[in-house]
Design a protein around this ligand. Structure first.
Ligand SMILES: [Zn+2]
Ligand SMILES: [Zn+2]
Length: 195
């Protein structure tokens, strides 16, 4: 609840400094501490407003910590999926040199570049996020082409069998580039490094 700019429900004067005021979320009113009889009790509902705001802050901190944990889990899941896929592709390219590259790059070079980009993304660099997004997006386009050819040559069953790569790419793209909790997580990594 916004304190600064609100009007004190007791004296009707505006609150200019947040530390001078207390808000009651039950009554949706804001008071000058100086206007409360004992400085903490809400005249509307009798709640201790300092305890109330401490509780709200604690709840907000816990919610934030929870979202950061989710973001971290999603980030590392995507890294695990994408890294696994690229490693699979690199190893498969050793076994069969004519296998089409997922990223149209030498798979080992691609793996090193991607690892660097993912570290930069993890540190909260926005450009790295865009580049990873482009890379995965390009991989998705290549897969669409590949699946289309497979469909024409070998029928739907082959497409279904080969579409797990597409699934991995789409999931990684969502988690690394679109997920708001991952944004929050990598953003918090950057601000912690600066602090
Ligand atoms: Zn007042
Ligand atoms: Zn109240």
């Amino acid at each position: 609840m916004q304190i600064v700019g609100s009007q004190c429900a007791t004296c009707a004067k505006p609150l200019n400094f947040a530390p001078d005021g207390l808000a009651c979320t039950t009554c949706e009113d804001v008071y000058h501490k100086a206007c409360l009889a004992d400085g903490v009790t809400c005249p509307g509902c009798g709640e201790n407003l300092e305890a109330q705001s401490a509780k709200i802050e604690k709840q907000e901190r816990e919610d934030m910590a929870e979202r950061l944990r989710t973001g971290r889990a999603q980030f590392f899941l995507a890294v695990f999926l994408l890294g696994g896929l690229m490693l699979f592709n690199a190893i498969a390219s050793l076994a069969a040199a004519d296998l089409p590259d997922v990223m149209r790059l030498n798979p080992w070079t691609g793996l090193v570049i991607s690892a660097g980009l993912l570290v930069a993304l993890w540190l909260g660099h926005f450009v790295a996020r865009v580049l990873v997004g482009l890379q995965i997006g390009f991989g998705i386009l290549c897969q669409v082409g590949l699946l289309h050819r497979l469909h024409q040559d070998n029928g739907l069953a082959t497409v279904v069998m080969n579409s797990w790569i597409m699934g991995v790419l789409l999931a990684s793209f969502y988690f690394l580039c679109l997920s708001p909790t991952v944004s929050l997580y990598v953003e918090s990594n950057r601000t912690h490094k600066r602090a």
